[in-house]
Design a binder for this molecule. Structure first.
Ligand code: 26W
Length: 818
């Protein structure tokens, strides 16, 4: 009875969806079924609108509900790497069956339609994708979180490969419009730049500040819905778009110069034109600082404005009900901006404003690399944001007084801890501003947090140990398992039920099945079909044929020296060398896939891409290698590509120099999908290995402490000389075999490996890496043994759900006693 009712009601829902789809196609878009036959584009659009309609009422309901609850968590981030939205919404709203039926009437599969959607590539890599996973978990856990970001007109560049080199092309992702955004001009804010400050006394004789003669820019919000998993909650991702103010234009117009007025309009709109494609190194460009301040000022004004509408100018409970989570230092200027708004706009006393600020700001650090630590020159800062600079000076003066009180006469400590770094080039240290202004400072994996406390932020940890805490990253199991791996998801539902989608720790129940050979066989059959899907993609996008009988060995992530794609290449060259010498004893055939974007100005990273492609070309052309080794570089790696890549991977490469990768999140996606990791004791690898057990993880390399130690007398040339395998690999690279027509191009790479100051210690970990790769071959040859490991990896991945991470943010950072 129950069942019958359900199926008939879902049937009605299905019919309604089908009708709505046709209505959008015919009326909203003005097409008929004949047009559709020529392109899937309009079907995508009408399906998108149909799905969106179903989000709208829950979206409004969620806003109403949140209206009763004063709590508001604002996640401030310059990046949200959301990828596609259609399938995610369909999954979370439980519309899959209805959509399938409706599309069948158009002789279409969802798969044909989904490829019409372009990725929203509003982020670089790990940090941006983490923000997107977090939003999914917050909505699913029904936490009132608003994501605040920028509506870049050009997202992460599109990467193509020409003659083995990376070529960047602009990503015009908005060209065909964005179905998922709703413009909400009624919440427009004004953001000020430049000008100067004027001091005056108010009617009560208080000294006040006016920031005058400013260049103003409008911030127009575009809202994107963030649906929770089957719980009726729809949170908001609010992306600000920069537009010129009318007044701004008018001033110039009165001055008689129409063309200058239009030029000024362009300057304002430049702010949200393009995402900076740098990951882990800073450029210090004025436009970047303008982006940061624009995001922060518009978002804080939005929150304060909403507060004022509901509670007037009474801020007694503001701190209790508000948190601003800062995604790295990029939005750290929020500390100073909240002070400015409270003091200059709401006329609050400094002390009270500071109490509120330091009770609402929370800072997450995502990197230890010194080149990624943001500083801004005082000169630039003062010119662009004069009032903010004054406020930072005041914060710093009061802070240093506090330090001096605790450590009298420790001048060196004052110099070390100052928010304003002195010297030839005076600069603002954004990480220090974030720490001083926040009540919580967290790292993103256990080792990373420990290194922050003992290393980078040691002085601050000594002063405020209670501020520091760890929140190991996670990824959303909706996108990274339920959606991207339909085959495995069905097997899981059949075996342990569907509770894992909302509570990934239930995957534990799978552990007993690791010993069940029938189950393991089904698990590996699914892996095989995912390898087939991946092989088809690799054939299409790389023009290389992968054989699914071989090990699929994958390293996809941003290209960076610390991530050591080079070590992977050395292994490939080593295998090739063995093959050409006829030494294939104990070798297991493998297909190696590398992919990722290099920052456009990062010379060595771009050269590494060229090297991968050059090695791939030689290997793939050589008939002797064909049965043993195939190599491909995946162009334009992005969220959507990862959805196909991680389910089809056997071996996940997580091989950074220990102590350098803050956490990693790709490692978690691979593990969830049943790949086994070869990795160093770095970032979350350590926790992954603890969860799955040392026997089910291929460990190699120095520890973070050993790396630190080894720097003192590092001599790669003697390591190379003492290791015949490494010696041959280096000779091959130096012989020019891989660059016959471009003599010497790889010299910078081989020289870096041979340099005693190589920070990434490639040579030091070579032997141990090669040995671990040999163990991979040995285990892979034993099919049941590998299957057991693969199953155990999925079964042990429960704690790497971003739901677990977000619960910890909620319980340990966001909901606290104020
Ligand atoms: C301003 C230049 C810049 C841009 C981005 C500096 C630094 C960044 C990010 C902090 C780089 C980043 O994405 N970090 C990654 O964050 C992930 C999520 O926490 C971690 O899993 C990665 O280990 C970390 O590299």
């Amino acid at each position: 009875m129950m069942k019958k009712q359900m199926s008939s009601s879902s049937n009605t829902a299905g019919k309604k969806l089908s009708k709505d789809l046709d209505r959008h196609l015919n009326l909203t878009l003005g097409r008929d079924n004949c047009d559709v036959n020529t392109s899937h584009h309009y079907l995508y659009k009408s399906l998108g609108k149909t799905v969106r309609d179903r989000l709208i009422s829950s979206w409004r309901a969620t806003r109403c509900h949140h209206h009763e609850d004063p709590t508001r968590i604002s996640y401030l981030s310059l990046e949200f790497l959301v990828g596609r939205s259609l399938q995610n919404a369909i999954l979370n709203l439980d519309l899959e069956e209805s959509v399938k039926d409706a599309l069948h009437e158009h002789a279409c599969e969802l798969e044909d339609i989904e490829s019409e959607e372009v990725d929203a590539g509003l982020g670089n890599g790990g940090l941006g994708r983490l923000a997107a996973c977090f939003l999914d978990s917050c909505a699913t856990l029904n936490i009132p979180v608003t994501g605040y970001g920028l509506r870049y007109h050009y997202g992460m560049f599109q990467q193509t490969i020409r003659n083995g080199y990376q070529v960047e092309r602009p990503d015009m992702w908005l060209r065909h419009g964005n179905l998922w955004e709703l413009e909400t001009p009624e919440y427009t804010r004004v953001v000020k730049f430049r000008g100067r400050t004027e001091y005056y006394h108010d009617d009560h004789g208080h000294k006040r500040v006016h920031w005058v003669n400013t260049n103003d820019v409008l911030a127009i919000p575009y809202d994107m819905p963030v649906p929770g998993y089957r719980n009726e909650t729809v949170n908001t991702l609010r992306l600000w778009n920069a537009e010129a103010t009318d007044e701004f234009n008018l001033d110039e117009f009165h001055a008689g110069d129409y063309t200058d007025a239009v030029a000024a309009k362009n300057r304002a709109e430049l702010i949200t034109m393009v995402l900076y494609p740098n990951d882990s190194s800073v450029q210090g460009k004025a436009l970047r600082l303008r982006q940061q301040y624009f995001l922060v000022s518009a978002s804080l004004q939005d929150v304060l404005h909403n507060w004022e509408r509901r509670y007037g100018r009474d801020f007694t409970n503001f701190a209790k009900n508000n948190v601003f989570q800062l995604n790295d230092t990029h939005p750290a200027i929020a500390v100073a901006e909240l002070m400015r708004l409270l003091v200059d706009h709401y006329w609050m006393e400094w002390e009270q404003a500071w109490t509120i600020t330091t009770a609402t700001m929370a800072y997450t650090n995502h990197t230890l690399l010194p080149e990624a630590l943001e500083t801004w020159s005082v000169e630039l800062f003062g010119e662009l944001l004069p009032r903010l600079l004054e406020i930072i000076y005041e914060i710093n003066a009061r802070f240093l007084a506090q330090v001096a009180e605790k450590w009298p006469a420790d001048v060196d400590r004052l110099r070390r801890m100052s928010i304003v770094g002195e010297g030839d080039n005076r600069h603002i240290r954004m990480a220090y501003l974030a720490i001083v202004g926040s009540y919580s400072v967290n790292g993103v994996a256990a080792l990373h947090t420990e290194l922050l406390e003992k290393g980078l932020f040691r002085d601050f940890y000594e002063l405020w140990p209670e501020k520091f805490n760890n929140k190991t990253n996670g990824v959303t199991p909706r996108r990274w398992l339920a959606h991207c791996n339909r085959g495995l998801a069905s097997l899981l539902v059949e075996t342990i039920g569907d509770g894992w989608v909302k509570d990934l720790s239930e995957l534990e129940k799978l552990k007993v099945y690791a010993e069940d050979s029938a189950f393991a066989e089904r698990f590996m059959a699914i892996k095989l079909s995912n390898k087939e899907r991946l092989a088809a993609l690799v054939a299409h996008d790389c023009g290389v044929s992968f054989d699914t009988n071989m090990i699929f060995d994958v390293q996809v992530k941003r290209i960076h020296e610390y991530k050591r794609q080079l070590l992977n290449v050395l292994h490939i060259v080593h295998l090739y060398d063995r093959i050409t010498r006829g030494d294939t004893n104990g070798m297991y055939p493998r297909c190696v896939l590398l992919g990722g974007k290099a920052a456009p100005g990062y010379f060595i990273a771009k050269l590494i891409i060229k090297l991968v492609n050059s090695v791939a070309e030689v290997v793939n052309r050589d008939a002797r290698a064909r049965p043993w080794l195939r190599v491909a570089f995946f162009p334009n790696f992005r969220v959507t590509a990862m959805e196909r890549i991680c389910p089809g991977t056997d071996l996940s490469e997580q091989i950074s120099t220990a102590g350098k990768e803050a956490s990693g999140t790709g490692n978690m996606k691979f593990m969830m999908n049943g790949a086994v990791t070869i990795g160093t004791l770095d970032g979350a690898n350590i926790e992954i290995r603890n969860a799955v057990g040392a026997d089910n993880f291929f460990l190699f390399g120095m520890t973070a402490a050993e790396v630190e130690q080894a720097h003192t007398n590092y001599d790669p040339n003697s390591i190379i000389a003492a290791d015949p395998d490494l010696n041959r690999v280096m000779s091959l690279l130096e012989s020019g075999q891989f660059n016959l027509f471009e003599k010497g191009i790889f010299d910078p790479i081989t020289q870096a490996i041979r340099s005693p100051t190589d920070p990434w210690m490639i040579a030091a970990d070579f032997r141990s890496y090669i040995d671990a790769q040999q163990r991979v071959c040995d285990v892979y040859a034993d099919k049941p043994m590998w299957a057991r490991m693969a199953v155990l990896n999925t079964a042990s991945s429960g704690e790497f759900s971003s739901d677990r991470t977000i619960k910890q943010y909620r319980d340990e950072i966001w909901y606290r006693d104020v």
